[in-house]
Design a protein around this ligand. Structure first.
Ligand SMILES: C[S@@+](CC[C@H](N)C(=O)[O-])C[C@H]1O[C@@H](n2cnc3c(N)ncnc32)[C@H](O)[C@@H]1O
Length: 357
């Protein structure tokens, strides 16, 4: 088993300014099911089930068009739902290398005792480096099932949820990076407002940031989910019916401390570089910001027909595309959403590597 480096990528590659979030990974309705009144459960009473219902299981694995003796990457192991399905499709020569930056995902991967399987503890933006260390420079398919898993949100001690009063952490990788509490201890009011606005689409971002910084500067640092949720609730005067006022702020801070968009933007070109001809890339996104990065990347790599009419070079004379989009976006069926409401904002995009070098 390989323990990956705990380096996090640079912050710069995705502009905060262009960010808008339309859908949350764990749906807002679902998070809102528990009101602030019932939020302060002690950690010991939390639902710490180690369960994750895999989203778009059949569809995503089918999209990889698996060659039984191929090499595949599951970049987001979680609880291994997709990984196990991929392994079922591989023969004795096939190989699956899985990544996750969460230590509990790493622990859970130990249940898979299979010579063809290797688990790597790393953020996926280090994928190419980690694979090179394993002597792998080309793979036949890569799957990314983005965002957080149910065990992460359901384990109160991780600090992802305002349903429980717990230390304000929210790191996917418990072994590195700054917690939300640490971020709030040193950020500026302006930066905080930008994070909350751009990653949470929160119209009260400025007021929330001001309230948080005022508390901190008055000698009351925000160190628990309960404290944060209370401050937000006292600031947000209008929110969607049934929605917890803290939903958007929690989402924004989670995306920020985990550098979720930077990770994705850094990983897309690596997937392109790693895929063998006809190799497939399948990405499941859970909010519009992620999906936009994937869509744009595939479009930029695939399209040669977006040139202006009087562009002085013929499309055929330009370097040929290295990726082609496969089919339309795939969303969970009504049946899946009913069975697993957390799947409802999922969007699967699939692309295939062409022969062009
Ligand atoms: C939605 S869950 C994946 C669930 C998985 N497909 C299954 O069926 O169990 C996403 C997982 O990806 C991991 N993850 C998210 N971003 C990551 C990143 N940048 N690098 C590595 N792992 C990441 C999270 O820790 C989480 O375990």
């Amino acid at each position: 088993m390989i323990k990956g480096v705990n380096r996090t990528p640079t912050q710069a590659s995705v502009s905060l300014k262009s960010a808008t979030v339309k859908q949350a990974h764990i749906s807002e309705k679902e998070l809102a099911e528990t009101s602030l009144a019932s939020m302060s459960l002690p950690v010991s009473q939390s639902n710490s089930e180690n369960m994750h219902t895999t989203v778009l299981l059949e569809e995503a694995v089918h999209a990889l068009a698996i060659k039984p003796s191929g090499i595949y990457v599951d970049a987001t192991f979680g609880r291994g739902g997709h990984s196990k399905k991929i392994l079922e499709k591989l023969d004795g020569n096939g190989r699956l290398i899985a990544f996750d930056r969460d230590l509990s995902a790493l622990e859970s991967s130990k249940s898979i005792q299979d010579q063809r399987f290797l688990m790597v503890h790393s953020h996926f933006a280090a994928m190419q480096t980690r694979l090179a260390e394993l002597g792998v420079s080309q793979v036949d398919g890569i799957l990314l099932d983005l965002g957080i898993s149910s065990p992460q949100i359901d384990d109160a001690s991780r600090g992802f949820s305002f349903r429980y009063d717990a230390p304000l952490d929210m790191r996917m990788d418990q072994s590195s990076g700054q917690t939300v509490a640490e971020f709030l201890s040193h950020t500026t009011e302006q930066h905080l407002a930008e994070v909350i606005k751009n990653y949470g689409e929160e119209r009260f971002a400025k007021q929330i940031a001001r309230a948080i910084i005022t508390e901190r500067n008055d000698g009351r640092p925000i160190t628990t989910t309960g404290e944060l949720a209370k401050i937000v609730a006292s600031t947000v005067t209008r929110f969607e019916p049934g929605q917890n006022p803290a939903t958007r702020t929690f989402q924004a801070l989670r995306i920020y401390v985990n550098q979720e968009l930077e990770e994705l933007a850094l990983t897309m070109p690596q997937c392109l570089a790693l895929l063998a001809p006809q190799g497939r890339l399948a990405v499941i996104s859970f909010h519009s910001l992620e999906d936009r990065i994937v869509k744009q990347f595939v479009r930029d790599q695939a399209n040669r027909d977006d040139l202006p009419p009087n562009f002085p070079v013929r499309a055929a004379d330009l370097p040929q595309p290295k990726l082609k989009g496969v089919g339309k976006t795939i969303k969970p069926s009504a049946k899946e959403v009913k069975a697993n409401p957390r799947s409802r904002s999922a969007v699967l995009r699939v692309a295939e590597r062409t022969e062009v070098v």
